[in-house]
Write a new protein. Structure first.
Lengths: 475, 213
């Protein structure tokens, strides 16, 4: 066997993984220590129930936090009982957290918010840590150079009981974006384009590192957006090497290391980026030169094209399977091949979700919305990713901008992305959304979803139809 | 401790379409309570019309597939959301085994955690199973033998599926994964202590909230 020597070049993924490796098990899996665990109400109740019936304790409550995000009402001024259908799971989250001495940021807490928004925002997710959460978008924290692993409820229980996971070591994949990316094109466009090019199963079994100048030049919050959609590539893990921008982002956050400890941490974090000469099992390049803002037209994230393109003819796909999927998607979406992606009338515009609900997302959308009105007949809503984001946006007056234009300005939660609360797209209605999934019925029975960036959704809300946000950017 | 996996014979149903996601397997509307009837919710948007009546054409609404215990699917089954309720819904309906060319990562892990057998099959085996199910519309009964990783068709033809040997053994023993891991507890806690020294900013930041709630 040809084992790499200790000084052979390593990727950031390998460095973090190895630093958390308790041992390799007899079955070949790695037992990985989990440095941070975040709980939410819809995937933890059964884990606690099972823990209780097994007579087991939460081993490290001090490494665990909980919040309420998925099923909470986003009605302004809401409380735990505002969405009666969510009360059972919300109460269970609070009670379980309390019983096991887990810090809980419920709807009454100023730090409440979507798990993947508050993790970075509070300094809970840190470069070089391994964080798990019972949600597939946990890879979001990869934007800080952390390993975020989305897990199911049994694995939530496993982490609660042992603070570890037994995992097959993922394969390594690097996606290098070749730039420069044009002005008006952001992280959401980059990742949608990559999914379109590579397909929704390209990253299965892999830890994906995103690289290239267009990635390095992204602000930290956009790196979170990029890594958020790794699961939409099929990858459980996605990350970006941390740099000075990352360290500046982390510094001073509530749970980030303070003072000298922060400087020690930064010294270590500087050694995380992938070494020159590291080999990846898959190493692909995605060209984003000349890229237009992206919008999906189908029921899978790989059904995507630039706003200046037309919906493809299914017969243009070489594989029979893809032809079938595209035809079914167009039927569901009520769209015909050859239709320009620009000018499709929309009924709902949703700005929110763990993909695009941070302050910079809302600020970008506001630049389009300012001084304009939502088109008649369109329901437009902004759902900040966290209560902190909402506060910060209001301090900048963004709520006035949105409200004056005719947007709803709601309280923080997952809302119309997963539609497990009351925020549904009506049957047959067409929604343009900043979220991450355009699956059949995702936003409600027979809902039709087009995914795009915050500026694209804002522009569509104003125009009443999909449109090129670049033409509405202030000079 | 979970019940050890038992070899069984049962009806196999063919569900078509690549990338069937967990939103399709169990829609979010069924996840609003900790004790929903998930077996009824399985594939709900395909199984029921808007009024809640069964759709005649959906495979699991047809005899004999209403009693299916094996599901034969296309590639990338279980993609999307991490919701483990997708596995629970399949099992509460009565499915004990899903065979497909490939599975999404999180779904694959969730399945093993619940004792749902997930086996990978080549495109040739998928095609053979497809033919065998169609050829026996009254009784498409197949026999699963986990220790040999085989599925026998109604006419006795044997096909293989792929499952890591250690995973098969864990299912056959009925391993409780948490109990197995707790067997390594001394090493886990020693590792944590060492990490508190080597990466104190992650675990022992003075003034941070981690140890001073």
């Amino acid at each position: 066997m040809n084992l790499p020597s200790s000084n052979s070049p390593r990727s950031i993924f390998e460095k973090i993984w190895t630093a958390h490796l308790v041992k390799t098990l007899d079955d070949g899996r790695d037992l990985i220590f989990i440095s941070r665990h975040i709980l939410q109400e819809t995937t933890s109740a059964q884990a606690f129930e099972s823990l209780r019936s097994g007579g087991r304790a939460v081993r490290h409550p001090e490494l665990t936090i909980a919040t309420q995000d998925h099923i909470v009402s986003t009605e302004p001024g809401r409380d735990e009982s505002s969405n009666p259908g969510g009360l059972e799971l919300l109460r269970l989250m609070r009670a379980n957290a309390h019983a096991h001495r887990i810090r809980h940021f419920g709807v009454d807490d100023p730090r409440q918010g979507i798990v993947h928004v508050i993790g970075p925002e509070l300094g809970i997710a840190l470069p070089g840590c391994i964080l798990t959460c019972g949600d597939s978008h946990t890879s979001t924290v990869g934007g800080l150079g952390a390993l975020g692993i989305g897990v199911g409820t049994s694995e939530v229980e496993h982490v609660l009981a042992t603070q570890t996971l037994a995992l097959n070591r993922p394969h390594t994949m690097r996606i290098t974006f070749q730039g420069p990316a044009p002005a008006g094109v952001g992280a959401k466009d980059l990742i949608l384009h990559a999914i379109g090019e590579l397909g929704i199963a390209a990253g299965r079994g892999c830890a994906v590192e995103y690289a290239g100048e267009p990635v390095q030049s992204l602000p930290v919050e956009e790196r979170l957006t990029l890594c958020n959609m790794s699961i939409e590539l099929g990858a459980r893990l996605g990350l970006v090497a941390p740099d000075e921008a990352t360290f500046a982002y982390v510094r001073g956050r509530e749970f980030a290391p303070p003072g000298d400890m922060f400087d020690r941490a930064v010294a270590a974090w500087r050694t995380l980026p992938t070494d020159t000469g590291t080999r990846f099992e898959q190493d692909v390049v995605v060209d984003c030169r000349g890229l237009a803002p992206q919008v999906t037209w189908g029921t899978s994230q790989q059904d995507v094209a630039g706003i200046d393109q037309c919906i493809p003819d299914p017969s243009s796909y070489p594989s029979a399977q893809r032809r079938e999927l595209a035809t079914a998607a167009m039927n569901y979406m009520g769209l015909a091949p050859g239709t320009p992606l620009e000018g499709i009338p929309i009924d709902v515009a949703f700005i929110g979700s763990c993909t695009n609900s941070r302050l910079s997302d809302l600020a970008a959308a506001a630049t389009i919305v300012r001084g304009r009105k939502v088109a008649p007949g369109v329901r437009a809503l902004v759902v900040p990713g966290s209560t902190s984001v909402k506060r910060a946006a209001e301090a900048r007056g963004l709520h006035h901008v949105f409200r004056e234009a005719g947007f709803e300005w709601r309280d923080a939660g997952c809302s119309m992305c997963v539609s497990i609360n009351e925020d549904l797209v009506p049957p047959g209605a067409r929604c343009i959304a900043t979220s991450n999934r355009n699956f059949e019925h995702r936003q409600g029975p027979r809902s039709r979803t087009h995914l795009a960036s915050p500026v694209m959704v804002a522009a569509a809300a104003i125009a009443g139809a999909t449109t090129d946000s670049r033409r509405m950017m202030p000079a | 401790m979970r019940a050890p996996f038992q070899d069984f014979s049962g009806i196999a149903a063919r569900i078509r379409g690549a990338n069937i996601n967990t939103d399709a397997i169990i829609p979010a509307a069924w996840l609003r309570t900790a004790h929903a009837d998930l077996g009824r919710g399985l594939f709900a948007r395909w199984r029921y019309d808007d009024a809640g009546n069964e759709t005649a054409e959906f495979v699991l609404n047809r005899e004999p597939f209403r009693r299916a215990r094996i599901l034969v699917a296309d590639e990338n089954f279980g993609s999307g959301s991490s919701r483990e309720a997708a596995v629970w819904a399949l099992m509460q309906f009565g499915i004990c085994c899903v065979l497909a060319p490939s599975f999404a990562d999180i779904f694959y892990e969730n399945a093993f955690r619940n004792g749902l057998l997930v086996g990978r099959i080549g495109s040739d085996v998928l095609a053979d199973l497809d033919v065998a199910i169609s050829a026996h519309p009254q009784a498409p009964v197949f026999a699963i033998a986990l220790s040999k990783a085989t599925i026998a068709g109604p006419d006795g033809t044997l096909h293989s599926f792929t499952i890591p040997r250690s995973r098969a053994q864990a299912l056959l023993r009925g391993d409780d994964e948490i109990a197995v891991t707790l067997g390594h507890l001394t090493e886990i806690e020693a590792f944590y202590k060492a990490m508190e020294q080597s990466m104190p900013w992650l675990y022992r930041s003075p003034g941070s909230g981690w140890h001073s709630p």
